[in-house]
Design a protein around this ligand. Structure first.
Ligand SMILES: [Zn+2]
Length: 309
């Protein structure tokens, strides 16, 4: 029984669960407990969403599939379309939440600085795995990426940068593997940023993270992009770069997973000079997102450079 176990942070979980518990690993001298970290994070994201929807042009709740279920989250929120030139780069953001929490409405900290530099931001929603199989989420994110590629190729974009955070990083990697397996091409894709994700999700089976989404060894195996690097490389295509990023204060498994994903991609034909890892100094799993509202944040500065804006 895990209920009696306490991790080194004094929380009720096993050591395995601890290393995958993002809120346990924070900046030094941060006195908050994990619950406060999450609450503060959500509060900051809600405020960010309200502010940016007042300050920039929006096109909200755009469906990217033909689903008709009113409970679905298969929509994209666009920011800055009116302000941006037709060839503007597109910054696609896929939120995290261990496939059971989060929303595109809370994926907006990067919006104002990005729109100010002339980019369009697209915040992608997907259903939560408490309701549908995690493999369905992968298909949804793949559909969203293909929709965005088609729409912005027609608009004349200079290129698309896709960033996924946490579970969003996993979903992008898995979606690209699915797209690669379909032999589908993404002509606008230039940069893939995998921010603090895990790419072999099998360790989460029978943890407090895996149980609410009914993760089994079978479903975890088929949704682990680390096991399908060749297909993922095909989905990335012949041009785009993949950068795997981890905050300095995150637990060791996030670094190990990032390095293993990069190593697996690096070994694919033609990928060696288009794959890199990057430790984001002085950030943890949550601050790295909260601080994207600052155009001087090193992550945002790098994103502007990759988008050439
Ligand atoms: Zn812990």
């Amino acid at each position: 029984m895990t209920e009696q176990q306490l991790c080194k942070h004094g929380e009720s979980c096993s050591e395995l669960e601890c290393v995958y518990s993002c809120s346990h690993w924070r900046k030094p001298n941060d006195p908050r407990n994990p619950a406060s970290v999450i609450n503060d994070f959500v509060s900051a994201l809600i405020a960010s969403g309200q502010k940016c929807r007042e300050n920039v042009s929006t096109e909200l709740d755009v469906p990217y599939s033909d689903q008709t279920n009113s409970d679905s989250q298969q929509f994209i929120d666009f920011y800055g379309l009116d302000e941006a030139p037709v060839d503007a780069p597109v910054f696609v953001f896929i939120h995290g939440g261990y496939w059971q929490e989060g929303s595109r409405k809370l994926a907006t900290t990067m919006v104002e600085p990005s729109v100010a530099r002339g980019a369009v931001v697209a915040a992608v929603g997907y259903d939560l795995a408490t309701n549908v199989d995690i493999g369905e989420l992968v298909k949804q994110v793949a559909s969203a990426i293909k929709y965005l590629d088609r729409r912005f190729e027609a608009r004349g974009t200079r290129g698309m940068l896709v960033l996924g955070h946490s579970a969003g990083a996993h979903l992008i990697a898995a979606a690209l593997a699915l797209i690669g397996d379909e032999l589908h091409q993404l002509p606008t894709l230039r940069v893939v940023l995998l921010l603090s994700g895990i790419y072999d999700i099998r360790p989460l089976v029978d943890t407090y993270i895996g149980r609410p989404i009914k993760l089994t060894m079978d479903s975890a195996t088929s949704a682990s992009p680390l096991l399908f690097a060749e297909k993922m490389s095909s989905g990335v295509g012949p041009v785009a770069s993949v950068i795997s990023i981890v905050g300095e204060y995150e637990s060791s498994v996030f670094f190990e997973q990032a390095e293993e994903m990069c190593r697996a991609l690096h070994n694919q034909s033609g990928m060696a000079d288009r794959v890199a890892t990057w430790q984001l100094d002085d950030e943890d799993h949550f601050s790295e997102i909260e601080n994207m509202d600052d155009p001087q944040q090193p992550l945002m500065r790098a994103i502007f450079a990759w988008m050439e804006i």
